[in-house]
Design a protein around this ligand. Structure first.
Ligand code: PLP
Length: 354
């Protein structure tokens, strides 16, 4: 009772939005609990096709394909798209699911230093000998709340004839003027070829993932992508949630804007209190503490003060870079944010972090 959650990926608060819940109930009643099938046998209903069309429209892409999760979307894309004659260039801090997806493919693998454009350029030069090059990066990185330099990445991709893939799990729905994501924020919507993202964070928070991009690519994934071919269809209730979440976001940008204002409030008040917050303007606000034990005891003490946050330490983040990752949501009130900052200040003083 009275505990406020500051560690969910529920950026826009849509997982408890009454219209999203109602849409899920209606889909459940009208379309059933589940399909007991993969998509290409008897697992495709009108709502699956409608949601794919809506996702493509939201991202201003030609087509989209649904998966049970973004983990699956990442597991399915590289193997389907790339051959041993091709190359994939991946940021060293990419999400585990991108790393695993790349492991599954037979393309030549290059890992460039985190957001280091000189290193990416050097690797792109090296990769000129291959048939096709794909640069793969998170749009926003979940541990640090930092945003990939997509303008520079796209310029390099153009120069060295490469495609760009972004994972938008921590961007879809809220980054950019109308919440389309990192590519919109940085003005490169027409330069990023492939987007993978999740329905399990800002878009209702239930489950599900997708790829959106050129139609021939989506057609290829429907033929070849193993998690799509060999795993059950998304349940109707989940499709209903995500579809309603997208409707709400396409109608108005007000929810995303309110979250951005709250993020700003938290970041500036924490900085004024003397904390170091990694990243910039992103609702992922890592409170950098350094020491693993300090992060853990402070998180425990925060809970005693009614604030639910989690300490992250090695091996989830590098040694000596322990932190408490705070995530701001549109459902937090200004009072909630202020209560969180006050609790951090008290707990930080108590443990010598300030
Ligand atoms: N990619 C990134 C960057 C993530 O943060 C996550 C979830 O933690 C995923 C992919 C996997 O998403 P899902 O939960 O839909 O499988």
């Amino acid at each position: 009772a009275g505990i406020i959650n500051f560690c969910a990926n529920n950026y826009l608060g849509l997982s408890s939005h009454p219209e999203v819940i109602r849409a899920a109930v209606e889909a459940l009643e009208k379309f059933g609990a589940g399909l007991s099938s993969v998509r290409f046998i008897c697992g495709t209903q009108s709502i699956h096709k409608d949601l794919e069309e809506k996702i493509a429209r939201f991202h201003q892409r030609e087509d989209a394909i649904l998966y049970a999760s973004c983990f699956d979307a990442n597991a399915g894309i590289f193997e389907a798209l790339l051959t041993p004659e091709d190359a994939v260039l991946s940021d060293e801090l990419n999400h585990a699911s991108i790393i695993d997806g790349i492991r599954l493919c037979k393309a030549n693998k290059y890992r460039y230093k985190h957001m280091d454009m000189q290193d990416l350029e050097a690797k792109l030069k090296e990769a000129q000998k291959h048939r096709l090059r794909l640069v793969a990066t998170d749009g926003a990185f979940s541990m640090d709340g930092d945003i990939a330099p997509l303008r520079e990445i796209c310029q390099l991709a153009q120069k060295y004839d490469a495609l760009v893939f972004i994972d938008e799990c921590h961007a879809t729905g809220f980054l950019g003027p109308s919440g389309r994501g990192t590519d919109e924020l940085l003005g490169v919507m027409d330069k990023v070829t492939i987007i993978n993202s999740t329905l399990g964070k800002a878009l209702g928070g239930a489950a599900g993932g997708y790829t959106t991009g050129p139609k021939p690519l989506i057609d290829l994934l429907r033929q070849r992508s193993r998690p799509y071919l060999f795993s059950n269809s998304l349940p109707p209730a989940v499709v209903g949630c995500a579809s309603k979440a997208l409707d709400l976001l396409m109608e108005s940008n007000a929810i995303a804007q309110s979250m951005a204002a709250k993020t700003q409030r938290f970041r500036s008040k924490m900085a004024a209190a003397g904390f170091t917050i990694s990243g910039k303007d992103h609702p992922i606000c890592p409170v950098m503490l350094g020491d693993a034990r300090l992060a853990s005891v402070m998180a425990e003490d925060m809970l005693n003060r009614g604030i639910y946050v989690i300490g992250f330490s090695y091996p989830v983040v590098p040694k000596g870079k322990a932190r408490i990752r705070v995530q701001i949501s549109a459902v937090h009130s200004d009072e909630d944010i202020d209560r969180c900052v006050e609790a951090f200040t008290e707990v930080g003083r108590k443990h010598g972090a300030l």
